[in-house]
Design a protein around this ligand. Structure first.
Ligand code: GDP
Ligand code: MG
Length: 439
């Protein structure tokens, strides 16, 4: 799918914003790409319709070229399809949080149970694993081995117990005694959905009342897993899904379909056989993986910096009307701090590097900090109307910021100068006028 997307989007490169015919062509190609990736037909239809609306209404985004804008629209729509926000696991307010994993045989339940246990143990929680797959003896053994590896206790059945329901009293006793905060239940699977299994899982769900009943799906299975998910949700009820084997050559169809067909979030993804190969699911990261543009990050950063450019423009407008306030001043100081040290900042201004030797950077930075402290000690009204700062207000601010009245006066004077300079600089021939002001 990634390759397909890549090809479709590469084609757009070099064109302007899309004409109606081009929108149609692009959508048709994306549609084929999605269908080939085994995305659910209804999902493909609604996705392309949404995208059509987006592309038609699209304006070239600040800081992006037209093809980048198209790419960004596709990206946003894929993120939306994947659920927009990262969905966290719910924890019970009263421990333990019980997490029940379900799924077909071989989907990766046992492996994922151990991975999740490891995930919680890493964050310092007391975890208990429960081997409730009694259909095969080897399954209990498998979980025990994994538990040992990660140093997490595993409860298995007593001799002769064949129904996992019968284990519940023992498990409960164990989690109370061990003060476990998270209990993870591995369950039995089948090659396909069958009534006995569904009954067994419903009973377990009833008994354990898990905070999270999660369906484990093999990403390689394709659209079939959407049917599986529907069946599990209808008979047992699920709170979310975990896709495994994303490290394989999964076509991505199921991942793209599940959220919009089921309305249930993807919570984690398995990306390898090893115990630490489980990741929280981030719709935006998955979208960039699917679209396969390594530089989508760069793209987003560009769009971000365009926002700052817009801010700068607002400042300029305000400055020419002499409406700059200390609020703006504070914001400028903060965004400068975010951009880097004074030294680095100067390196970014063409022609300014020769100034470097003349500037005492430590002094500049400590002055910036001091100025920030002073402005922070003002009320909003004072920041907007510095002319109202009388003696007693100035004394209060000096105290609040741990400076002196002289320093407060100095900062206000500086600010007044900056305000004047900006106003002058923005007049026609402003730069020349500004230079004549400088010593
Ligand atoms: P279960 O029958 O649902 O309990 O499935 P298992 O946990 O036993 O996993 C079945 C197979 O899938 C095992 O060989 C696992 O190592 C493998 N597996 C599980 N998750 C992943 C994954 O994220 N990536 C890869 N490559 N293999 C996985
Ligand atoms: Mg298993």
């Amino acid at each position: 799918l990634t390759e397909r997307f890549d090809r479709v989007l590469r084609k757009i490169t070099g064109r302007g914003l899309l004409s109606e015919a081009q929108v149609d062509e692009t959508l048709r190609e994306i549609r084929v790409a999605l269908l080939e990736a085994d995305v659910n037909l209804d999902v493909v239809k609604s996705f392309t319709e949404q995208l059509r609306t987006r592309l038609k209404g699209a304006e070239v985004k600040e800081g992006l070229t037209p093809p980048q804008t198209v790419l960004k629209e596709v990206f946003d729509e894929v993120v939306h399809l994947l659920g927009d926000q990262k969905a966290n696991l719910q924890l019970s307010s009263k421990p333990p949080t019980v997490i029940m994993l379900m799924g077909l045989q071989g989907s990766g339940k046992t492996t994922t149970a151990a991975k999740l246990a490891y995930h919680f143990r890493q964050s310092g929680r007391r975890v208990l694993l429960v081997a409730s797959d009694l259909a095969r003896l080897a399954a209990v053994e498998q979980l025990k081995v994994l538990g040992e590896q990660i140093n997490v206790p595993v409860v298995g059945p007593e001799e002769g117990v064949s129904n996992p329901r019968d284990m519940f009293p023992k498990v409960r006793k164990k989690w109370i005694e061990g003060m476990h905060e998270v209990v993870i239940l591995d369950t039995a699977g089948r090659l396909s959905i069958d009534q006995n299994l569904m009954k067994e899982l419903s009973d377990l769900r009833e008994l354990y009342k898990p905070k999270e009943a999660l369906l484990v799906l093999d990403a390689m299975t394709g659209q079939e897993s959407v049917h599986v998910a529907k069946a599990f949700d209808e008979t047992i009820g699920i709170d979310g899904v975990i896709f495994t084997k994303l490290d394989g050559d999964a076509r991505g169809g199921a991942i793209l379909s599940i959220r919009s067909v089921m309305g249930k979030p993807i919570k984690f993804v398995g990306v390898g056989e090893k115990i630490d190969k489980l990741e929280p699911f981030h719709p935006d990261r998955m979208a960039s993986r699917i679209i396969g543009m390594g530089d989508i990050q760069t793209l987003l950063e560009k769009a971000q910096s365009a926002v700052s450019a817009e801010k700068a423009r607002q400042i300029v407008t305000k400055a020419s009307a002499n409406q700059i306030s200390l609020e703006d001043f504070l914001e400028q100081i903060r965004s400068m701090k975010k951009m880097g040290s004074a030294d680095e900042l100067l390196s970014m201004i063409p022609g300014a590097s020769s100034l470097k030797s003349q500037v005492d950077f430590e002094k500049v930075e400590s002055e910036m900090k001091r100025t920030e402290a002073i402005i922070l000690s003002m009320t909003r009204m004072e920041r907007l109307h510095p002319e109202k700062l009388d003696g007693s207000r100035r004394r209060r601010i000096a105290k609040g910021s741990g400076t002196t009245v002289q320093t407060v006066n100095q900062v206000l004077k500086q600010f007044e100068q900056v305000r004047k300079m900006m106003k002058t600089a923005l007049k026609p021939n402003g730069m020349r006028a500004l230079k004549s002001l400088l010593p």
